[in-house]
Design a binder for this molecule. Structure first.
Ligand SMILES: *[C@@H]1O[C@H](CO)[C@@H](O)[C@H](O)[C@H]1NC(C)=O
Length: 218
C-alpha cells in the first residue's frame, strides 16, 4: 500500500518534470479575448504541450534546438509568437519550423536564427534555401526503402519457417508409421480411455526410444 503510494508520487513527479525543467509556463487571459502563454527564459529544451486556443506565445530565451513536426499545427488562433534567443540547430529537423515560419510570417515577432551548424550560424531560419535541405529528402527516402526491404525480408523468413514446419510435419507422417500411431492416439484423445493392452508394449517402446521416457508396466 505504502509502496504503491510512493511509486505513484514518483511517477507523477517524473512525468511532470520530464517536460518543464523547473518553473511552468505562465498562462494569462487577455482582454477582450485570447490566451497568453509565457514560457520565456525557463531553460526549456523542448516545447511543452500548448493549449490550442493560445493567441500569444512567448518562448524566447530558452534552450530549444528544434520544434518537433506538427507541434504548432493545433495552434490556429495564434496572433503573436516570439521564438528568438534559442540555439536552433538548423539541420534536417528544422524543416518543420522553417515551413511553419514561412506560412506564418505575420505572427512572428522576431526572426529566430540558427546557432549551428557552422555553415549557417547567425542565419535566419526562414532564409535557408530549399537546396539546403535537398539531402534531407533523400535521407527520408532511403529510410523508407530500408524499412520496406527489412519488412519484405522478414515476411519471406516467416513464410519460409512456416513452409519448413509444414514440410517437416508431412515428412514425419510418411517416415515414422509407428510414431504416427502414438501421435494419433494422443490427438484423438484416446489416452483417456483404457489403452488397448496389445498395443501397450509397442507404445512404451516408442516412448522409451523416441522420448526417453521410462514407464513401468504394473
Ligand atoms: C514573461 O515572463 C517573464 C518572467 O517570467 C517576464 O519578464 C516577461 O515580461 C513576460 N512576458 C510577457 C510578454 O508578459
Amino acid at each position: 500500500m505504502l509502496c504503491s503510494l510512493i511509486l505513484a508520487v514518483f511517477l507523477v513527479w517524473a512525468t511532470s518534470s520530464a517536460h518543464t525543467t523547473g518553473r511552468p509556463c505562465l498562462c494569462s487571459a487577455l482582454l477582450p479575448e485570447g490566451l497568453q502563454v509565457n514560457c520565456s527564459s525557463l531553460d526549456l529544451v523542448e516545447l511543452p504541450t500548448l493549449p490550442s486556443d493560445t493567441t500569444e506565445l512567448h518562448v524566447q530565451d530558452n534552450r530549444l534546438t528544434s520544434v518537433s513536426p506538427g507541434h504548432f499545427d493545433r495552434l490556429v488562433a495564434l496572433k503573436k509568437v516570439s521564438l528568438s534567443g534559442n540555439p536552433f540547430h538548423c539541420d534536417c529537423r528544422i524543416q518543420y519550423l522553417r515551413s511553419w515560419l514561412l506560412r506564418n510570417r505575420a505572427v512572428v515577432l522576431k526572426e529566430p536564427i540558427c546557432a549551428g551548424p557552422d555553415s549557417v550560424v547567425q542565419k535566419a531560419i526562414t532564409e535557408l534555401s530549399d537546396e539546403y535541405f535537398s539531402s534531407c529528402v533523400l535521407a527520408v527516402c532511403t529510410d523508407c526503402t530500408y524499412n520496406t526491404v527489412i519488412g519484405v525480408v522478414l515476411c519471406f523468413l516467416i513464410l519460409l519457417l512456416l513452409w519448413s514446419l509444414r514440410l517437416a510435419k508431412t515428412r514425419r507422417l510418411h517416415t515414422a508409421p509407428l510414431e504416427v500411431t502414438v501421435d494419433s492416439l494422443i490427438c484423438a484423445g484416446e489416452l483417456e480411455k483404457p489403452l488397448n493392452m496389445e498395443l501397450l508394449p509397442q507404445v512404451l517402446d516408442v516412448l522409451h526410444k523416441k522420448h526417453t521416457i521410462k514407464i513401468k508396466a504394473t
